[in-house]
Design a protein around this ligand. Structure first.
Ligand SMILES: *Cc1c(COP(=O)(O)O)cnc(C)c1O
Length: 372
């Protein structure tokens, strides 16, 4: 028997809100009652709570995850012509901020099984101008941090972790965000820890770097501005909402893992599907559940007709985008990332997704391959 007729959105932010409605409503009411709209006690409180949750000394909040990358790279200091190595497969925030911060983007192909940067290909791309490496813990799976940290220390490079999709993910039992000189987070509403608007943060154990980044993000201080900075602030409403949500993050992450396991069981051996591979020593937090198939576009259409939403994250690997045409890359330069772009499909996964919805999504995928 197949399950039909149950709608499965890609994500359900309203169900997410309803799951802790009273806590969110009272957090918002408190900020309004105090008019603590920008910076202020709610922001400071969240910075402390988030640093503790990740297990680092300092958290500098900012307006979004893109700014977090930009501010961190300004803090790490790039000179014109400096190169930063990053993965060919990510959201463009990871690479565009390298350019904005004054650096040159150098892409490295992915490991075909985990979609994260392939450490065995990094050293070939290192030159005397290389200053740092930005691994992305893509889809919620940690990059191979032991290998990356070894290469970085051998060449005297900094590591900046892009943790926008990987809140609370661990590598060898240690949280991502604690390996590099600094790490950046996004709290975009659909991320594993999401605000109700834009929000972001940088974490680090380097006190001087934290101080500089906080100064830079807030116009270089007040009165005697010590440097020219930017305006990238977290607002009080978002901070209070994030503080209300943070205690639930562990349970939400466990729910994502349970759904991923249900997909694994339900889709094993179906058609030509390649299911998410977990690299050794890595605890995946399943921001996205990404499968591969040669029939991606027809599967996606079939699912849509059955009321099951899906997405492609992302339809083009970064070196294949027009924004990087000037680098002159082709498919042979990044065989893994380039071939994934036509095969990957993200199935719905979010903590409030009901068992009936998971079953319905699985049944629809099976029907596509096995005939409804
Ligand atoms: C979401 C995301 C960002 C940017 O975060 P915003 O808050 O949307 O600016 C950066 N890197 C990755 C990998 C992301 O998924």
């Amino acid at each position: 028997m197949t399950t039909t007729g149950i709608q499965v959105p890609f994500n359900d932010l309203h169900a997410h809100y309803l799951s802790i409605r009273d806590e969110i409503d009272s957090a918002i009411a408190a900020v309004i009652a105090e008019s603590a709209f920008v910076r202020g006690p709610h922001v400071e409180r969240f910075e402390g709570e988030f640093a503790a949750a990740i297990g680092v000394e300092h958290c500098v909040s900012c307006a979004n995850g893109t700014d977090a990358l930009y501010i961190a790279m300004r803090g790490l200091g790039l000179e014109p012509g400096d190169e930063v190595v990053t993965t060919a497969h990510s959201w463009i925030a990871t690479s565009e901020t390298i350019t904005q911060a004054g650096g040159r983007v150098v892409f490295v192909d992915t490991d075909p099984k985990t979609y994260t940067i392939d450490p065995s290909r990094i050293e070939a791309r290192i030159t005397p101008r290389t200053r740092g490496i930005i691994p992305v813990h893509l889809y919620g799976q940690p990059a191979d941090m032991d290998a990356i940290m070894t290469i970085a220390s051998r060449h005297g490079l900094w590591v900046l972790e892009d943790c926008a999709q990987a809140h609370l993910a661990t590598y060898k039992g240690r949280q991502v965000g604690t390996f590099g000189r600094a790490a950046t987070y996004s709290f975009y509403p659909g991320k594993n820890l999401g605000a109700m608007g834009d929000a972001g943060a940088i974490v680090t154990n380097d006190a001087d770097l934290a101080q500089w980044m906080a100064l830079y993000a807030r116009h270089g201080g007040k009165g005697n501005h010590l440097i020219e900075g930017i305006n990238s602030r977290l607002d009080g409403l978002q901070a209070a909402i994030l503080s209300a949500k943070l205690p639930h993050l562990r349970n939400w992450t466990a729910a994502r893992r349970r759904i991923a396991e249900a997909y694994d069981r339900g889709l094993a051996g179906v058609g030509d599907l390649v299911l998410p591979h977990r690299g050794p020593n890595r605890d995946h937090v399943f921001h996205l559940y990404v499968i591969q198939t040669s029939k991606r576009d027809t599967l996606r259409e079939f699912l849509g007709a059955r009321g099951i939403q899906s997405q492609v994250n992302y339809p083009r690997c970064l070196p294949a985008c027009d924004a990087y045409a000037h680098l002159g890359h082709g498919p042979a330069d990044f065989p893994s990332a380039w071939s994934a772009q036509d095969r990957i499909l993200s199935l719905p996964i979010y903590p409030e997704m009901g068992d009936d919805q998971v079953d319905s999504a699985i049944a629809a995928v099976r029907d596509f391959y096995e005939g409804a």
